[in-house]
Design a protein around this ligand. Structure first.
Ligand SMILES: Cc1cc2nc3c(=O)[nH]c(=O)nc-3n(C[C@H](O)[C@H](O)[C@H](O)COP(=O)(O)O)c2cc1C
Length: 172
């Protein structure tokens, strides 16, 4: 499979089966995340691996978007460790960008391993931080349910809907 085929194969899974994610696959997904670039190589990221009934119930308390997955990764970053572009009048911090790149690498690695995933931003950020017991200086970015799609799970119709290249690419 080419990289482009892999990118198109990945979709947001919204119904997981009971089959649990194997440790070796989880390790590989985490290694792909680790290999991500970050501003100034500061790697301000944190990943919390959540598994088991109790954690899933806690996650259900902060989002309706777990979709029955048995593993959820919570991605955050340390505000003390992110790089900040302070050459501009408005400061541009890198934490969310760094974490987004690593999470993208994780979902694509998952897809290569035939593991399904969802990028979830629709959750109670402060509630989640509390449930996970994160320190004040850590900022949540996303939750990522991982596992195997239920037999009747289909990509949403929007999965194949993308703006044409000429709508957002300009050759200057
Ligand atoms: C930043 C971001 C936030 C998202 N938040 C959610 C979410 O909270 N719940 C959800 O079901 N999907 C969420 N998605 C998935 C998008 O809805 C999905 O990627 C988009 O509709 C395209 O579909 P596809 O991923 O199947 O190709 C999110 C995606 C991104 C990149």
């Amino acid at each position: 499979m080419t990289f482009l085929e892999l990118c198109k194969k990945r979709y947001s899974c919204r119904k997981y089966s009971d089959k649990l994610l194997e440790k070796e696959k989880l390790d590989q997904i985490l290694a792909a995340a680790q290999a991500a670039p970050s501003a100034h190589n500061q790697q301000p990221w944190k990943i919390y691996v959540l598994q088991g009934k109790e954690w899933m119930e806690k996650i259900d308390g902060v989002t309706h978007c777990r979709y029955g997955a048995g593993t959820v990764l919570a991605f955050a970053y340390s505000k003390d460790e992110e790089w900040v572009n302070n050459r501009e009048e408005i400061l541009y911090p890198s934490g969310q960008i760094d974490v987004s790149i690593m999470a993208t690498q994780a979902i694509l690695q998952a897809a290569e391993l035939d593991v399904d995933s969802t990028w979830v931003m629709d959750f109670d950020f402060e509630g989640c931080k509390k449930v996970l017991g994160l320190p004040e200086n850590e900022q949540m970015v996303l939750l990522m349910p991982l596992g195997y799609a239920a037999e009747d799970c289909q990509p949403a119709p929007v999965h194949v809907v993308r703006k044409p290249l000429d709508a957002f690419v300009s050759y200057l």
